[in-house]
Design a protein around this ligand. Sequence first.
Ligand code: HSE
Length: 402
Amino acid sequence: MVNVAILGFGTVGSGVAEVLTKNNAHIGEKVHNAVNLKYILDVREFPDSPFADKFVKDFSVIENDPEVQIVVETIGGARVAKDFTERSLRAGKSVVTSNKELVATCGYDLIELAKEKNVSYLFEASVGGGIPIIRPLSQCLAANELTEICGILNGTTNYILTRMIRSGISFEAALAEAQAKGYAEADPTADVEGHDACRKICILSSLAFGRHIYPDQVPTEGITAVTLADVAYAEGAGRKIKLLGRAIRRSDGRVCAYVAPHLVEGENPLAGVEDVFNAITVKGDAIGDVMFYGRGAGKLPTASAVVADVMDAAKHLGSRKYLEWGPGGADVTASPDELESRWYVRAQVGAEAAKALFPEASFLARPGASEGESAFLTAAMKRPELEEKLRGTQVLSLFRVL
Ligand code: HSE
């Protein structure tokens, strides 16, 4: 029998308990061993839970129980979760997590610790919720030289943007709906300011390009600056506004990674990804383009990925599942200012003056536009060149075009 402990009985942790229990027979058959949920750690009381007899409040009960071979960390954050993860690994237990903040900030060190102890540290659920992406990147696409990853990596912001685009409802109302559906982080700032997507692109690009990329190396913008006026201009141009995480490997090996809203061309498959769905496109020298699509947040989709990792860890007891990358460093990344693209600009500037500054731009229209407001798509250029041209102009919105 394989014994499992879950740390944190929030949205994901309770989903993991539910899936492990509901599908227990079939999970046991696939693992060729019974998988038993032995403990759930949480500081709160859950007297009415069907798992009430499994709750403990003291982590050392789990740490010191040699029968527990797999620990599921669904606490979130990078403080207590880090301490408990390190102690679990040191105690010779494999750890499975959905915690993107911890993997993005400490992944390299935790993977090294897991290697030292010959146990697994698995985090399929940390990116894309229920979408398989970590395993495909590390295994199925392993033969490729990967050059680019681009994706809609946050379900909450995609839900908000979809509701703003389709129904014209406010940002605040759409956020409240996403929270009610259990998509948002405990503090939704991480979603709407792009930090959650940033952590996810860090994990994907570390895995794809082989060195740890830390969140502070990834310039990040969220969606709080996106207005209904931008949504209307984008619609008029046959495009959708999407928050994208991108990482592009340059020919010198450095990686340009960033998170920002983009105006995505209607024909790009990412433009059709709506609601809580996430999609990740990966470019490799042998495969060309491949896209992964599915539910990027929510209790059961995320639990599906966590439990699959538990099963993989259970199959590899006594050995280690290979999932790793090298150390980070200042030489790993390059500024996205190096990347040329077309730009969407909305500015308080008359049409004639805007045309004089950007003679090659395509100008956009929307009903009800205010006097003196112009919106246009520029020719391809780097950001410093764009900013130079816009010096002295009151810019209202500025997004890359894809
Ligand atoms: N808050 C995250 C999202 C949850 O909305 O995508 C899944 O990581």
